[in-house]
Each structure stands twice: as C-alpha cells, then as structure tokens.
Design a protein around this ligand. Sequence first.
Ligand SMILES: C[S@@+](CC[C@H](N)C(=O)[O-])C[C@H]1O[C@@H](n2cnc3c(N)ncnc32)[C@H](O)[C@@H]1O
Length: 224
Amino acid sequence: MSFERGDALLRLNQTTADRPSSFRLLGREWDLLEGVFAPVYCFSTRLFASWIAYPEGGGFLEVGSGTGVVAVTAALGGCARVTALDISPEAVENTRRNAARHGVADRVRTLRSDLFSALDADDRYDTVFWNSSFIDPPEGHVQETDLHRAIFDPGYEAHRTYLTQARRHLRPGGRLLLGFSNLGNDERLRSLADEAGLTIRLLNTSGTSLVPGVEYRLLELLPR
Ligand SMILES: C[S@@+](CC[C@H](N)C(=O)[O-])C[C@H]1O[C@@H](n2cnc3c(N)ncnc32)[C@H](O)[C@@H]1O
C-alpha cells in the first residue's frame, strides 16, 4: 500500500502539463521548479513547517529542502542562521530562489549535499530536520531521477546516515527532528534508531482524517 501511494505521488510530481510554476502555501507565494518535490500534492510540507518549534536567534539545518518552504519559514520565524541542503541541484536552486523571493537570502545558505557531506565537521545547529523520503520501496527499485529520491529510500540507507551522523551537527542540547509518516517503515526506523543509540518521541501527528489512511508524524530523536 505504501509503495503504491508513493508511486502515485511520484507520478503527480512528474506530470508537467498542469504543474504550476508557483504555489501559495502558509500565506506566501513560492516558486516551484520542475523536478522538485512539490508541496502542492501532499500535506507533509505545510504540516511540518507549521509544527516545528524554530530556535529563535539560533541555527537551523534542513536536510532535503526541496522548494525551501521549511528553510525560509525558519528564517522568517526568527532563526539567525539557516542551512538548506539537498542532493538535487534543482531543489538547491529552488530553495535559493525562494529565500531571495522572501528577503532572507542573507541568512539562508543553500548547498548541494548528499545528507551532511557538504558540511564542515564543526558546523553545528540548534535544530536539524528532514522531511524524509520515507517510502521504503521493494527490492530492485531503481532511483531513476531526483524525484524518486524525494519519495523513496531503498534499504533506508539515507535514513541510516541521517540517524547516525546528524548528532555531529547538533550543538549541545540541540534537537534532532524527522518528518515521517505511517507510510514509512516503522520497524526499520526503530531498529536504525536503536543502532544509533536514539529513542523516538512523537511530537505531533495529523491523525488519519486529514488524508484518509495517512498519518504525518513529526518525530524527535533523543539520545538514550
Ligand atoms: C519529502 S521531500 C521534502 C522536500 C521539502 N523539505 C518539503 O518539505 O517540501 C525529501 C527531500 O529530500 C531530498 N533528499 C533525498 N535524499 C537526499 C540525500 N541523500 N541528501 C540530501 N537530500 C536528499 C530530496 O531531494 C527532497 O527534496
């Protein structure tokens, strides 16, 4: 069921005919480039962007920033320093444009990066967040495009890196957050969290009535 839902979302994102070049969300207008995860086809972006407690005056790191809605909202919400990473060059450009559009280019740094690879070892933040590619596809699935990578994580390899490496980029007392869902592989996530010495706490949930059968969950990963 999860894979089919992910595949349907992929197809919506791949359809170029009626794909808008901008969209309205959270009271603002945003640029949307082709090949970038579009917050118009799914509720996750707006829910997580609204639920996160942004560290006022602090540093916020977003992994997988896509169009940049969360990173820009963090900067507008009072974060002094935001870094937005994405593996997709189109997403990096999309985030850069939206930071400029909303007047926060001076405090949103955009970098192309496979998870944390482009960060310096001593680059640390008060909050680290990823609205993750939580669909675990069947064996043999091929990540043909960056849009596949925005939705699927074969073998949960990206989740493993996120869970094992994120704490290196947190200040003491910093918070590690994950935007997840009941379409994700809970068992695998729990076992990766165990391996990384983390426990999972549920911070917020959409319940299943907003989108029948889908529950978006904002999780915090805490050291054991
Ligand atoms: C579910 S989308 C979320 C996009 C955006 N944050 C939002 O909420 O609309 C997941 C994002 O993670 C990015 N991503 C996937 N694997 C990644 C990796 N290994 N390193 C960095 N970004 C990655 C994708 O390109 C995509 O932009």
